[in-house]
Design a binder for this molecule. Sequence first.
Ligand code: AMP
Ligand code: ZN
Ligand code: FE
Ligand code: FE
Length: 282
Amino acid sequence: MNHLDFHLHTTHSDGSCTPAEVIALAAKAGVTALAITDHDITTGVPEATAAGKDRGIEVIPGIEISSLLGGSELHILGYFLDYQDARLNERLTRLRESRHRRNPQIIVRLRAAGIDITYDEVRALAGTDAVGRPHIARVLMEKGVVASAKEAFDQWLADGRPAYVPRELPTPAEAIRWIKEAKGLAVLAHPTWVKTAEGTLADLVRLLKVDGLDGVEVHYSTHTARQTRDYLALAKQQGLLVTGGSDFHGLTKPGIEVGIGKGALHVPDSLLDKMKTAAARQ
Ligand code: AMP
Ligand code: ZN
Ligand code: FE
Ligand code: FE
């Protein structure tokens, strides 16, 4: 039985399930505590908390902030943060504005390639302020331009593809500081996706620790047993917290389920108390 999942997306960013739907799936999977970690937005937390109360599931306020390091994206998760903090929300609002500057440029590129799509259509489908490329991918699917979200990224939206436009992002140090200043724990998301321009992952983690990093997402849907072991050793060696989660997005990322990821994910029960102890010190 799996009991914890600290990485979940909802309709408040690019997931396809509402917070209440995510809670219902979590209840079915036997999850007893979870964190909602939408991209650049925390508006899904209250609904999840209320739904969690009804079902006896503890909901930890969370976030996932994209940052930029040496031309590559690096994601920082935040946990137990004061999601109503005014300064945090000003910063997140500005981040989402950078999405609204970037996305229309993506649309211009798609239109130049002969695809009939408008940003209004994308915003209507997204139904949130944190509009991302997965929403554009879904519109492309609905129009029959591509057969899957993966194809939308592979053909058009991924870095290096014809409709790719970068967006202004904070540095990892800034993302960590924003989370810490809102009294949260900052955790390096899915190390498997981290690209280090120079040096090893261990070198990077050491540097991020100086910036205030609290933990590493050791347990993750697509981590192999070997990666999990290596990341666990790295976290221990650096004296960092261990966390884990599925990165569930519903239909946006098919094949990943709440609590169990691709089936093998197991986030150990003991991690929650350690996170709580660390959060109480913030
Ligand atoms: P955005 O926030 O608009 O930059 O979009 C980032 C989101 O797109 C993340 O949640 C990723 O899961 C998703 N994404 C990024 N690259 C790909 C890819 N190559 N295939 C599918 N999804 C992707
Ligand atoms: Zn996402
Ligand atoms: Fe991520
Ligand atoms: Fe995520």
